[in-house]
Design a protein around this ligand. Structure first.
Ligand SMILES: [Zn+2]
Length: 372
């Protein structure tokens, strides 16, 4: 697939453009999902040579491999195109596997996933991102609506090919909240890692996330922006603060439910804490010794903060009237129907000699298929 222009003879293969599911013992087998197929997707319909194809693997994450990259799980592959050095994917293919919905016509198309919308404009690299959610003030009980809108720029202009919008794989996937996009030179394919991937049928996740990163214009200027009454994107370490890969420095993904629990913990304890960590990119999480390769920090549903006081308050909240919360291996899980924090799980402490509060929101560690 790397040989530009040489692929013409292969265009007739019936498999082109169809989903391929990667299962451990079954190698590649084809799914008869005709609407997603369309083997002739390559022809731009002009005299130009058709761009070369690139396989794109979408996957959940099993663990970290010996090379430091994720080991794919529940993977499915699609056919991308390499256009002017950038990898493009059909927006509908990306949306289908990540659980997003595509709408639009003419010059504008958008993909939406749980309160987030990313807009693409044909023949333009511009993107427009919005997310809307509600936080309840735990003190007054007042609902506060948040809407964030940001402009950005994809690596390549959106293109209409045979009436279908094709978008920059990297920007589109990250803007929708995927954890990581990379080109794997050994396997000669692009790889997208997202916690919702489960073959062709994405796992469900009702959370609304705020996502962002260097693909948005002037992203750094949002460091002081409040995404809840008391927590700011950068100054409170909600975004990734330790990535060695600059593509992911200050990447953000955090659920409104996590922000709500942070506010609840503050209200419960009266302790104005600055989280040491909320979202972590793959590379930052890899750098941290002893960090789980499927950490909830990478899913946008965990935060670390404070000391023993916060931990003990959260433990008491999850315990409720029972002797202890539910024992879930490394975590305590809530058994309190009247919980004030709304936390689903906290990490058991101490870890080594240290005690802090690691709180996380559902779907929890008890969901099937590795969860979203
Ligand atoms: Zn943590």
């Amino acid at each position: 697939m790397a040989g530009a222009g040489a692929g013409g003879a292969r265009r007739n293969r019936r498999t082109a453009g169809a989903w391929r599911v990667v299962a451990p013992a079954l190698a590649f087998f084809l799914l008869a999902t005709a609407p997603l197929g369309g083997g002739e997707a390559c022809g731009p319909g002009t005299a130009r040579a058709a761009p070369p194809r690139v396989p794109v693997l979408f996957a959940n994450i099993s663990r970290a491999g010996s090379d430091g990259w994720p080991v794919p799980r529940h993977a499915v592959s699609a056919t991308g195109l390499r256009v002017d050095g950038e990898i493009m994917v059909k927006l509908q293919d990306l949306a289908q596997v990540l659980g997003a919905k595509v709408e639009g016509s003419g010059r504008m198309y958008q993909a939406s996933r749980n309160g987030q919308t990313v807009r693409f404009y044909v023949d333009s690299p511009a993107i427009h991102y919005t997310t809307s959610y509600t936080i309840t003030d735990p003190v007054g009980g007042r609902s506060i609506d948040y809407t964030h809108s940001w402009d950005g720029r994809a690596e390549a202009p959106t293109r209409l090919i045979d009436g279908q919008p094709w978008v920059s794989l990297n920007t589109a996937a990250l803007a929708l909240g995927a954890l990581l996009v990379r080109y794997n030179p050994r396997a000669r394919r692009a790889e997208v890692y997202d916690w919702r991937v489960f073959y062709t049928r994405p796992l469900s996740d009702p959370n609304i996330y705020v996502t962002g990163g260097p693909w948005l214009d002037s992203w750094e200027a949002n460091a002081a922006l409040n995404v809840s009454p008391n927590f700011r994107i950068g100054l409170d370490n909600l975004w990734d603060s330790g990535a060695t890969d600059p593509s992911y420095l200050h990447q953000l993904k955090i659920s409104a439910s996590t922000l709500q629990s942070m506010e609840n913990v503050l209200a419960l304890t009266g302790i104005y804490f600055t989280p040491t960590n909320a979202f972590r990119s793959w590379s930052y999480n890899q750098e941290l010794e002893g960090s789980w390769s499927r950490s909830y920090h990478m899913r946008g549903r965990a935060f670390d903060g404070g000391n023993g006081d916060l931990y003990r308050a959260a433990y008491a909240d999850l315990r409720g009237k029972s002797r202890q919360p539910i024992d879930a291996e490394s975590f305590w899980q809530t058994r309190n129907p009247r919980s004030r924090t709304g936390l689903y799980e906290i990490e058991k402490m101490p870890v080594g000699e240290s005690v802090w509060l690691h709180g996380q929101r559902e779907p929890g560690t008890d969901v099937a298929n590795y969860g979203p």
